[in-house]
Design a protein around this ligand. Structure first.
Ligand code: ATP
Length: 369
């Protein structure tokens, strides 16, 4: 078992900079947890506190039920993989991987077995005799992973381990690390600023901003039910489109009005806005690019939600087209069918799926519905 529990953990640097504020998280055994957020949000500091490389200012950290606040990193039964690999240049791959086991005075034949087992898992058996300088970036990163694996830690901590790799290799290593997690059946805590990495790897994602947790959820829930404007904008690529709109009631129906355009809301969303006294007030509307349609069938069935858009850029991605358009003076991106011929400068009609619209409070930026 390797649960990790953070209770009211705060980190202040020089008693001023609050890098992490009242962080509470219970990580279950075998979970793949990802900390994600923009630069400076406190994700590395949190990981370093779990590793024991940074002191906790307030709060408690437990690994496997044991309070570790004052425990040395080497006694915590964790292994950390860094962005810069941190391999010993004068040692071969085998020696790099064997090093921590040697220090523990493990018998030679056991060390050899462990290193070969990890090398096989990572497909680097043929590189064991080489020195790090004779390896590619991707191979070095595998060695760094191998060095962590041989120690059979209770928890793997990874800080942006793929950020020095090119895009293609990064995608391959993402899959490799996800597979490793399944094979090793161990708790992983992974730090990244890249939301794609977080979404594809994490079983649970912790989105952070300015030292605070914004939301902790499965990738799907983060995508479909973001708690606030920040999470909505951070998760998803291309990102969610936003626009300030007015909530207005005509007859029995409630509309979001902006410029000459209006979107009729479905009953549940309309009811919520009315109950919470948003009629006659401005809110922020959010809609993902794939919830905007240009096909006739949607323009007919969603006739109360159709807007005019001026096409500014057409990006052909093969399986889809990204249309950069202006709607009532605001930039929107729509992901549409590649069959359709659209020209720059053209005025087209687009339907905004009202069931997929997110509505945020303008002041608090929290999700209303
Ligand atoms: P990045 O993605 O850029 O690595 P991060 O989310 O990992 O960012 P942290 O490195 O945890 O962020 O830093 C959080 C905050 O703490 C930042 O404001 C940073 O400047 C500050 N900070 C980090 N380390 C120190 C330090 N040793 N002394 C003072 N302030 C620090």
């Amino acid at each position: 078992m390797a649960n990790v529990n953070l209770k009211h953990v705060t980190k202040k640097f020089e008693d001023k900079v609050v890098a992490v504020a009242d962080f509470n998280l219970d990580i279950e055994d075998k979970e793949f947890i990802v900390f994600v957020g923009p630069s400076g949000c406190g994700k590395t500091t949190t990981l370093r506190m779990v590793a024991g490389l940074e002191e906790v200012t307030e709060g408690e950290i437990f690994i496997d039920g044991r309070l570790v606040n004052h425990m040395q990193p080497k006694d915590r039964d964790i292994a950390m993989v860094f962005q810069n690999y941190a391999l010993y240049p004068h040692m071969t791959v085998f020696e790099n991987m064997a090093y921590s086991l040697k220090l523990k005075k493990i018998p030679k034949n056991e060390i050899k077995a462990s290193v070969y087992e990890a090398a096989k898992l990572l497909e680097i058996e043929h590189l064991l005799h080489r020195k790090p300088k004779a390896l590619s970036g991707g191979q070095r990163q595998r060695v760094a992973l191998g060095r962590a694996i041989v120690r059979k830690p209770k928890v793997f901590l990874m800080d942006e381990p793929l950020s020095n790799l090119d895009a293609k290799l990064r995608a391959q290593m993402r899959t490799k690390i996800s597979k490793l997690h399944q094979q090793l059946q161990t708790t992983f805590i992974y730090v990244t600023h890249d939301q794609t990495e977080a979404m594809t790897m994490g079983t649970r994602i912790v989105v952070m901003k300015d030292g605070y947790i914004q939301q902790m959820d499965s990738p799907q829930r983060l995508y479909e039910k973001p708690n606030n404007l920040f999470v909505a904008g951070f998760i998803g690529s291309p990102q969610m489109n936003f626009r300030e709109v007015m909530v207005e009631k005509f007859g029995e129906e409630i509309y979001l009005k902006f410029g000459k355009s209006s979107i009729k809301l479905p009953y549940e969303k309309a009811k919520k806005l009315e109950e919470l006294n948003y009629l006659g007030r401005e809110v922020i509307m959010g809609i993902r690019p794939e919830a905007i349609f240009d096909q006739e069938i949607y323009l007919d069935s969603l006739a109360d939600c159709v807007v005019e858009a001026e096409v500014e850029v057409v990006e052909m991605l093969g399986s889809e087209i990204l249309l950069n358009v202006k709607i009532e003076g605001t930039d929107f991106i729509a992901k549409v069918d590649p069959q359709k011929q659209v020209k720059v400068g053209e005025i087209i009609k687009l339907a905004l799926d009202p069931g997929k619209i997110h509505i945020f409070d303008k002041e608090t930026e929290k999700t209303i519905t």
